[in-house]
Design a protein around this ligand. Structure first.
Ligand SMILES: Cc1cc2nc3c(=O)[nH]c(=O)nc-3n(C[C@H](O)[C@H](O)[C@H](O)COP(=O)(O)OP(=O)(O)OC[C@H]3O[C@@H](n4cnc5c(N)ncnc54)[C@H](O)[C@@H]3O)c2cc1C
Length: 309
């Protein structure tokens, strides 16, 4: 006997647009009766759990050619929005140039889900674990908005999400992920992605942290971006912490100041699994440890530098 959910899932009309403009037009015409579907992994979970109703129309993005695959350009990777998390994890260019993205994608679900789930769906979900990485790597999201294509910096996009929902008709087509290279002025690049959940693997996040920075020849931090998320928290940058660290050589006092700025700047959403305070302390410890580790390795081949801490 069919369950209520199966009855409902049989009912929607499924549209197969030939290109992104046709998809956008379907969405504009059908409005809230329709939803874009990529891998369907998140939507299916929402429908099955009753968190969202199955709409009358599904707009299947997988029928659109040209939205999958990863292309290496001179200074960036162009990742099609329909590229699966599984493809991202194994792509040779992503493996070589973006260990942070590999680490983030590796931490999401299990391979059966990753082989269906797309990078676009992870981003548009607004709480996907890949988002902090895109924020700190200054990725740009390319959208079909019906008029001309629109490109928006990842951190500006998430900032706007704090106050307004994304436009449901905007269709994410591509992610441009800049490549960071070591230079004479910034001879060391460093970065990290951490996800803390309630178990070691196959777990929703409680806290996520991403860091992307560069160090000058004298050990001063040349540039740094830090983003935090986890659970239902829309990831965001910790601009005040970045300001404290930028241009400075890490020492005990500076890291203490940065620790307090993380506690003040991180705005995690509460849920029954972990308190705000736990999440804040976890994020602060992860961030400070990462900076400390990076600097001590840089300064003294892994040993603690004289009097620095
Ligand atoms: C068992 C399980 C475990 C999971 N674990 C994790 C986890 O650890 N971390 C995590 O981040 N997520 C997790 N997820 C959630 C989900 O799998 C991922 O977020 C996934 O990347 C969503 O991609 P999708 O293609 O399946 O999106 P879909 O379900 O197809 O769509 C998700 C949302 O994005 C919209 N959308 C999709 N593509 C586009 C586009 N190109 N343009 C505009 N809108 C679009 C859809 O309309 C929908 O609102 C898990 C899911 C399951 C089922």
């Amino acid at each position: 006997m069919a369950s209520g959910y199966e009855d409902k899932i049989m009912s929607p009309s499924v549209w197969h647009p030939r290109d992104t403009t046709e998809a956008w037009t379907f969405k504009k015409l059908l409005d809230s009766d329709a939803i874009y579907v990529a891998g369907g992994t998140l939507l299916r979970t929402q429908w099955e759990s009753g968190l969202a109703a199955v709409p009358k129309h599904l707009i299947d993005l997988s029928s659109i050619p040209g939205l999958t695959g990863i292309e290496k350009k001179e200074d960036s990777l162009a990742i099609g929005a329909l590229t699966t998390l599984g493809q991202c994890r194994k792509d040779p260019d992503v493996l070589q140039h973006s260990p942070l993205l590999v680490e983030a994608v590796r931490s999401i679900a299990a391979s059966s889900v990753r082989n269906l789930a797309t990078i676009g769906g992870n981003i548009v979900s607004r709480v996907g674990d890949s988002l902090p990485v895109f924020i700190v790597c200054q990725a740009e999201f390319e959208w079909n908005t019906g008029l001309s294509p629109m490109t928006e910096d990842a951190s500006e996009w998430v900032e706007r999400l704090q106050v307004q929902l994304p436009k449901a008709s905007h269709l994410l087509t591509r992610v441009h992920l800049p490549l960071f290279r070591e230079t004479d002025l910034v001879p060391k690049r460093f970065g990290a992605f951490h996800k803390v959940g309630r178990r070691e693997a196959f777990t929703p996040s409680l806290v996520t942290v991403a860091i992307n920075g560069g160090m000058k020849p004298d050990g001063k931090i040349a540039d740094i971006r830090i983003a935090v998320g986890g659970g239902q928290t829309i990831p965001h940058r910790l601009v005040a912490v970045e300001k404290i660290l930028k241009g400075q050589i890490p020492n005990r006092e500076l890291l203490g100041e940065a620790y307090h700025a993380v506690m003040n700047g991180y705005r995690p959403k509460s849920d029954p699994f972990a308190t705000d305070d736990y999440r804040k302390k976890t994020a602060a410890n992860l961030i400070i440890t990462e900076i400390w580790k990076t600097y001590s390795e840089w300064a003294d081949g892994g040993r603690e530098p004289d009097g620095a801490y």
